[in-house]
Design a binder for this molecule. Sequence first.
Ligand code: SF4
Ligand code: SF4
Length: 633
Amino acid sequence: MKKMGDMLLRKGSFSEIVMGNTALVRAMIESGTRVVAAYPGSPTPEIADAIGAISKETRPFYFEFSTNEKVAAEITFGAALNGHLSTVFFKSVGLNVAADTFVQLNHMNIIGGMVVVIGDDPGANSSQNEQDNRHYAHMSYIPVFEPASPTEVYTFYKAAAELSRKMQMPILLRLTTHVCHAKEKVRFGGWDPQLPDDTPAFDPGNGPYIPLTTEVFPMKRRALQRLADVEAYANHAPLNTCVDHDNPKQGIITMGLPFLSLMDVLQEAEKKPDILKLGIVHPLPRQVVRDFLKSHREVKLLEELDNVLEKEIKLMAFDEKLDTTIIGKQELEDWIDEYTPDKVSAIIRKTWPDMLPLKTEREIDKPYVPMRPAQMCPGCGHRSAFHAIKKALDENAITVADIGCHTLGFMPPYGVGEILMCMGASTAMGSGLSLFNTTRKVVAFLGDSTFFHAGLPGIVNAVFNKHPITLILMENGTTAMTGHQDHAASGRNFNEVTDRIPVRQVLEGLGVTHIYEVDTYQQSRLTERVKQALNDDAFSVVIAKHPCMLKFNREQRRKPGCQARQVHIDQNKCRQIHKCVERFGCPTFVLEKDNRITVNPDLCIGDGSCRQTCPAEAIGAPETAQGDSNETV
Ligand code: SF4
Ligand code: SF4
């Protein structure tokens, strides 16, 4: 990591193979970005990894993980009002949380400049939906730059930062999962480590900054005018490019990953269409698009997720009475999933059946990739918790999940957490499920990072409106699912050790009177406490705590002298009733063909939380793994 940090701070220009998320950090540095804030979420966590590779002392900008995306957006907006070029980044659905602030941004004069980096997730690789955040940009009058590769992440960020600072408005840099994680050799420019003047520059005279009464319309006019000015810029910006195949009949307008997939697919085409690749997708560079439409008889719009461009381009063609045939989305599947080469190949075949050979070489040679279902890590405290909690629930109970590793409790063998919405929604949904309900207990689940992110209002509401549900707060001390980022109860922030905000004290401060606290490895105690909580005729909280074992284990491994430990099955005691596999479900257990249970030594971490599950007491105490080096736990 130090190497990465050194690389990112090089003064001269250089080339390096990096992923899009890393290229973004170098672009921030070269642009003179001074304040960056974020909330963790895929596909953007590697941006913070790259930032973390630079020591706090040498990092040319301030960075923090804020408590949620809205707070992160407000931190960066506030810093930009003081004249600092700022950037906020988060995942796709994070914009729903930040929306209240985001929609207002272009109504303000952001004198330092502000780039909002979104990691959209076509394919829903790590999100609860595939939302297309260009819609938010449209309703907020905020321009959208959309890079297709790590090189473009770098160049587009720099262009966005420059334009944002010049026009004092926010720019949305829309990344997608593929672009964040793709790697390529990027040619970086030089960096002048001279830091800018940090004198606080906030001046209400730069406003208006109070969007009330008579100021609302002028502020909206200003936002619309700036958007129109960006369109004039977009019509000449080198971020929109044409690939000319000398084909006046067929053209394709596309952007981002679909462009890369298209270039791949067209390698096998005899007669290739011309391509207009948009880098600025909002506002639409109408002059560029008009010229392309006019010079082709048929134009296909190749657009991942929603038909945002299609609506705009068809409307423009109608208004201007263009007679080009415009082909947009043709069937429901065109709205869904990442536009990989296979998907693009199928779409092109639908549009122009003769353009590609019958089967491409890639399709014929496609290797078989087995599915790998999501599951909790070996030794995860959540597994122990679900095993214990399930024993306390009757079959009528309604269980409500939230976002985090514990979401996986819905899977067999636990089946706990039957509905999921979004960050922090479980308590209020559970409260709703308790109304007119005297027969079915309602149990909501919430992680500790989510507790601070968006969980508090639902809890306040449950206390204040006296909703008699049970909340199980799964406290593992970290934001585990997105890569173990610290949160308010971790005792660390991104930069240093800090005061821990204890979950229990917050609950007490909010007026929760029925609180139980149990380590999840103490299964029978946890079962009892959940039963007690369910019998309370009030809002009750069970704090089910155990450190995230993946993080804990990694930290232990770094300590000298640590030895790997594992459990083993005493085959003489084992009655082959398989409760460890069927009810506990640690992926370490292997059901052999002869019905024996064995332990996979490569997976077992030797925490022993499984021992309580075996009625025959056949799982032995963890022992030092035989023949193991002293480098692992
Ligand atoms: S990362 Fe941590 S909390 Fe998440 S499943 Fe693994 S051990 Fe459990
Ligand atoms: S001791 Fe091994 S088998 Fe038991 S829960 Fe931990 S990782 Fe799984």
